[in-house]
Design a protein around this ligand. Structure first.
Ligand SMILES: Cc1cc2nc3c(=O)[nH]c(=O)nc-3n(C[C@H](O)[C@H](O)[C@H](O)COP(=O)(O)O)c2cc1C
Length: 170
């Protein structure tokens, strides 16, 4: 599978087969994250891989009872150890860097026959408490992972000409 095929095939998987994900595959996905670019090569990302059923249930509750979060065989808490560095452009590095690493995971997952879904609807404090994540660490997003049991729907996106401008904002 090439990158274009992975980009086309990726979708948010919200129903998972009751089948564990092989450890070597999880390792491969996290290796893809490790190789991601980051501002100044800061690599502030940290990943907590959760497979324990009770913990996944607790993460589901922290994620506003989105049921598939508890059903996915793996949930990865995508975190940042950060000094909140702000780039010259005015943006914080850490959410951007963690997001890039996460999308590396998502695309590598497609190649492995796996599916993912980003989870931003969660209460950070509840996740931290459940996973014993220190106060100073930020939980940027959760990511569900497993073998898909649903099908992609048509991609609902803005048209190319609605989002791309050449030379000027116009
Ligand atoms: C930052 C971010 C947060 C998201 N949070 C959630 C979430 O909490 N629950 C959910 O079901 N999907 C969540 N999604 C998935 C989006 O709804 C999804 O990516 C979007 O609708 C496009 O669909 P697709 O991923 O299938 O192409 C999130 C996606 C991103 C990028």
């Amino acid at each position: 599978m090439n990158v274009s095929e992975a980009i086309l095939s990726r979708y948010s998987v919200r129903k998972y087969r009751d089948k564990p994900v092989e450890e070597d595959k999880i390792h491969k996905l996290l290796e893809a994250a490790r190789l991601a670019p980051s501002a100044n090569n800061r690599q502030e990302w940290r990943f907590v891989v959760v497979q324990d059923r009770k913990k996944r249930q607790a993460l589901m509750r922290a994620a506003k009872n989105q049921e598939f979060v508890g059903e996915a065989p793996v949930v990865i808490a995508c975190c940042a150890v950060t000094d909140n560095h702000i780039m010259t452009c005015g943006q914080k590095c850490y959410p951007i860097d963690v997001a890039i690493a996460m999308e590396h995971i998502c695309l590598q997952a497609v190649e492995e026959g796996l599916g993912t879904c980003w989870i931003g609807a969660f209460y950070e404090e509840s996740v931290k408490e459940e996973l014993q994540i220190p106060d100073e660490v930020r939980v940027v997003e959760l990511l569900t992972l497993g073998y898909p049991a649903d099908q992609p729907s048509v991609k609902n996106r803005l048209r190319f000409d609605e989002i791309v401008m050449y030379e000027n904002w116009k």
